[in-house]
Design a protein around this ligand. Structure first.
Ligand SMILES: Cc1cc2nc3c(=O)[nH]c(=O)nc-3n(C[C@H](O)[C@H](O)[C@H](O)COP(=O)(O)OP(=O)(O)OC[C@H]3O[C@@H](n4cnc5c(N)ncnc54)[C@H](O)[C@@H]3O)c2cc1C
Length: 302
């Protein structure tokens, strides 16, 4: 478990002191507030704060004065309409702030999502913990032979052990050197901001990450996708579960139209129409490139 007893006590204390509020409260996410959801070997995701609920989305769409009196079925229909037609600003009325602990190489992918507010743990100010991501045996895989951006067969036996030994040894040696270089009493050493520079990219960092629901859905669509690297995907999946509890109607629409849906090119639509009319269409007669055809066939089959 990634939390120390002191950290857990802080969370327990925060959860033990509820306050009344006139603001919209989403019961589903209240259960998650402050709770650390473990991810990878030392990582976590937890909700620090949130604003809004499914009702806030429909309120904004209708620019209403109060909570509104419409039935849930109307709200659901409106949310699905908004999602279907990319009417995205009502979703921006909901916000959420996460605390995330993640390996630096995952953070590098994550930080590319610019539409969030981030504050990261300062390794200039503080000393990093001796915590490194070491993949579980089933994630220790060779380079894929068909996908340049992916992994293939899982390593086994001596090869798995050899790679694991290298990962562990390098991490421990780098951290020993980091500690050894830090300025200490009686020895000049290096400043924290410099001593950190030889630490490997599998060391853990932490940040607060705040975004709105529209941009969170964009992040989740890209990072909960099967094409995303496993190590960021597991964070996205943990967040999906939280968002499903927070805004169940919006999440269901997102799951249906974005996660479960596909977008079609004009050529793909034409191929489907021709197939429905009984015509046999091949890549050569489709007007699509080989890559486009492969992806199309991956969804629609032969
Ligand atoms: C599977 C996968 C593989 C990837 N591989 C690579 C790779 O090899 N190399 C690499 O460098 N990156 C790679 N990326 C990162 C990718 O290119 C994007 O940078 C990342 O997914 C963030 O997406 P975004 O810009 O849409 O998100 P955000 O930054 O959150 O932006 C959301 C949307 O806001 C708008 N926006 C935000 N900022 C601007 C701006 N300054 N100007 C104009 N519009 C803006 C855009 O419409 C954007 O789509 C990969 C991502 C994925 C999911």
């Amino acid at each position: 478990m990634p939390l120390t007893p002191a950290q857990q006590a802080e969370i327990d204390e925060a959860r033990a002191t509820p306050r009344p509020t006139l603001r919209a409260v989403a019961e589903g996410i209240e259960r998650h507030l402050y709770v650390a959801h473990p991810v990878l070997d030392h990582g976590l995701v937890r909700v620090i704060d949130y604003m809004g609920d499914d009702g806030a989305i429909v309120q904004a769409a209708r620019v209403s004065y109060g909570r509104g009196t419409r039935a849930v079925s109307n709200d659901e229909g409106l949310i699905r309409y908004l999602m279907r037609h990319w009417h995205s600003t009502p979703f921006e009325m909901c916000e959420v702030k996460f605390h995330v602990k993640l390996p630096v190489f995952v953070a590098r992918q994550w930080i590319r999502h610019r539409t969030a507010n981030v504050n990261e743990y300062s390794a200039r100010y503080s000393i990093l913990d001796r915590e490194f991501y070491i993949p579980a045996p089933e994630q220790l895989a060779a380079q894929s032979t068909v996908n340049n951006q992916g992994r293939g067969a899982v390593l086994s036996g001596d090869e798995a052990q050899r790679v694991l030994d290298i990962l562990r040894d390098d991490a421990m040696r780098s951290y020993d050197h980091y500690e050894g270089m830090l300025s200490q009493e009686g020895q000049q050493g290096l400043a924290r901001e410099l001593a950190r520079m030889n630490l490997p990219a599998n060391i853990y960092t932490q940040w607060y990450w705040k975004t709105d629901l529209h941009n969170l859905f964009h992040f989740l669509r890209l990072r909960a996708d099967a094409h995303a690297q496993y190590e960021i995907r597991v964070y996205a999946e943990a967040m999906c579960r939280i968002v499903a509890d927070w805004v169940p109607l919006a999440y269901a629409a997102f799951e249906d139209y974005r996660l479960g849906g596909v977008s079609l090119s004009g050529k793909a639509v034409e191929v489907l129409k021709r197939r429905l009319a009984g015509e046999t269409v091949t890549q050569e007669t489709s007007g699509m490139s080989k890559g486009e055809w492969r992806e199309f066939e991956g969804v629609w089959g032969k």
